[in-house]
Write a protein that binds this ligand. Structure first.
Ligand code: 5GP
Ligand code: ZN
Length: 115
C-alpha cells in the first residue's frame, strides 16, 4: 500500500532498525519504546487488522508468530522475566498504524489490566 508507513519500512523507503527478517515478516525496534525492549513484528503483506485476513491467508499469521518466536528465543526474553505481545485493533484499542503489527514488550514489570 503506497500510503502505509509500515509498507514503506518493509520496502526500505523509510529506515528502521530491523532485528529479524524472513520472507514474510520483519521485526523492528519501535521508534517510541514503551519498555526497555519494544519491537514490532510486521507481516510483509498489507492487511489493516487480523479480522481482515481471509481464511486462505492465515499462514501469514502463523509465519508472523514464527518470527516472534525466533526473536523471543534469540534474545532470551522469557528468562528476563517474561514478555508481553499486544495487537491493537481499531480506534478504542489505540491502533495508530493501519497495518497488522504485534508489539513485543519486555524488560520491565507491566500492569494488568492495560490502560
Ligand atoms: P499502534 O498504536 O498502531 O498499535 O502502534 C504503532 C507503533 O508504531 C507505535 O508504538 C509507534 O511508536 C510506532 N511507530 C510509529 N512510527 C514509526 C516509525 O516511523 N518507525 C518505527 N520503528 N516505529 C514507528
Ligand atoms: Zn501496509
Amino acid at each position: 500500500m503506497s500510503d502505509c508507513l509500515f509498507c514503506k519500512i518493509i520496502e526500505n523507503k523509510i529506515p528502521a532498525q530491523r532485528v529479524y527478517e524472513d520472507d514474510s515478516s520483519i521485526v523492528i525496534k519501535d521508534i517510541n519504546p514503551q519498555a526497555p525492549i519494544h519491537y514490532l513484528a510486521i507481516p510483509k503483506k498489507h492487511y489493516s487488522s487480523v479480522h481482515h485476513v481471509p481464511p486462505a491467508e492465515m499462514e501469514l499469521l502463523s509465519k508472523l508468530f514464527h518470527a516472534i518466536n525466533q526473536v523471543v528465543r534469540s534474545e532470551s526474553l522469557e528468562s528476563t522475566g517474561g514478555y508481553r505481545l499486544i495487537i491493537n485493533s481499531g480506534e478504542n484499542a489505540g491502533q495508530a498504524v493501519g497495518h497488522i503489527h504485534v508489539h513485543i514488550l519486555a524488560g520491565r514489570k507491566m500492569d494488568w489490566p492495560p490502560g
